[in-house]
Design a protein around this ligand. Structure first.
Ligand code: ATP
Length: 337
């Protein structure tokens, strides 16, 4: 478990003091994938780099499995860092070393014998799907393959925590998906706690269990990913969600419609029920779907439909009441009489 208590990070510059992280407190459970999302300058990098003391916090505590890293001597901190792996947007592989040597290098400090190092590197290469690339140099690898080497290197010393600093931001969408799948597999098979920072809500949707939204150095909203998608509170969180769940209805549709427009949300198993067709059969109304989508957030459906209801006002009202009772959220968007 990672407990961050009132973490504060300031940078002293010629132009004055800049706050990177502003008294953030957050708890990350063992074995979960925790995402931190925010725009550029929100403080994500400062926060994640403080977690392994790559950046020294100005004040606050970083407690990993009961040990406050900020209180450790340099020697003890070096030992503790072995249990915290990290991967980066730009991979940082050593270009003059082969894939094998890049990973083996991380094991040197652990004082393993040569055969032990060989065995461990081959095991790691197998895990990340690069067994056939052991003797090639980083320049001969694609971005996705370089990140796989980065992951193997980060896992070399069997860490309990993996920090991912915009690990997929330099990759194309297909490669991003494959790296996220690999991180998911590692999390599942090794029980590793993963903390990742990203500016893409799509990444959060694909693999995170919980997410925190950062703005101006602070966490402004935090919760299970599904709940945040289904019921975002802060304006910024809504903006991030809309990048994945875009439900803008063209203005002319809203003004040209004849009936009442409702936006309905279905969560979980409700998304699979025939609520809309039941409603249309039960009442004398016609339903015209203007927009609709079911998004799967780690296999759990979240459905949103925007629908025009046309009929006598009392029948439309009854339909709305019925839909309200059987769905998770209903909002009347407009009424053109
Ligand atoms: N080494 C530094 N010296 C001075 N200011 C810094 C330093 N690192 C970060 N900052 C400042 O701290 C604030 C938070 O930056 P940080 O890089 O943590 O945000 P971020 O959310 O990771 O953004 P990005 O995605 O662009 O890296 C910004 O105002 C930034 O300018």
């Amino acid at each position: 478990m990672i407990e961050v208590k009132s973490l504060h990070k300031e940078y002293k510059t010629k132009k004055g003091t800049i706050t990177g992280v502003d008294h953030v407190s957050v708890t990350i459970e063992k074995g979960e994938i925790f995402g931190i999302v925010g725009y550029s300058g929100a403080g994500k990098s400062s926060l994640i780099r403080c977690l392994n003391l790559l950046e020294k916090p100005t004040s606050g505590e970083i407690i990993i499995d009961g040990v406050d890293l900020t209180k450790l001597s340099e020697k003890r901190l070096r030992e503790a860092r072995q249990k915290i792996g990290m991967i980066f947007q730009h991979f940082y592989l050593v270009s003059s070393k082969t894939v094998f040597e890049n990973i083996a290098f991380a094991l040197k400090a652990a004082k393993l014998s040569k055969p032990e190092i060989e065995e461990r590197v081959l095991e790691l290469l197998h895990m990340v799907g690069l067994s056939d690339k052991k003797d090639v140099y980083p320049s001969q690898l694609s971005g996705g393959q370089k990140q796989r080497v980065g992951i193997a290197r980060a896992l070399a010393n069997n860490p309990s925590v993996l920090l991912c600093d915009e690990a997929t931001s330099a990759l194309d969408p297909t490669t991003t998906k494959s790296i996220l799948q690999l991180l998911k597999k590692i999390n599942r098979e090794l029980g590793l706690t993963i903390v990742l920072i990203t500016h893409e809500m799509e990444v959060v949707k694909d693999i995170c269990h919980r997410v925190a939204v950062m703005q101006d150095g602070k966490i402004i909203e935090e919760g299970p990913v599904y709940d945040i998608f289904a019921n975002p509170q802060a304006e910024l969180t809504k903006q991030f969600i809309s990048s994945v769940l875009d439900f803008e209805v063209p203005e002319h549709l809203l003004t040209e419609t004849k009936g009442k427009i409702v936006k309905i949300q279905f969560q979980g198993s409700v998304a699979g029920e025939s609520v809309v067709s039941d409603a249309l059969q039960a009442f004398k109304v016609k339903g015209n779907i203007l927009h609709g989508k079911i998004e799967y957030i780690q296999s759990v459906p979240l459905g949103i439909f925007i629908m025009e209801l046309i009929g006598q006002p009392d029948e439309v009202e009854k339909t709305i009441r019925y839909l309200h009772e059987r769905t998770n959220e209903l909002e009347v968007m407009s009424y053109v009489s």
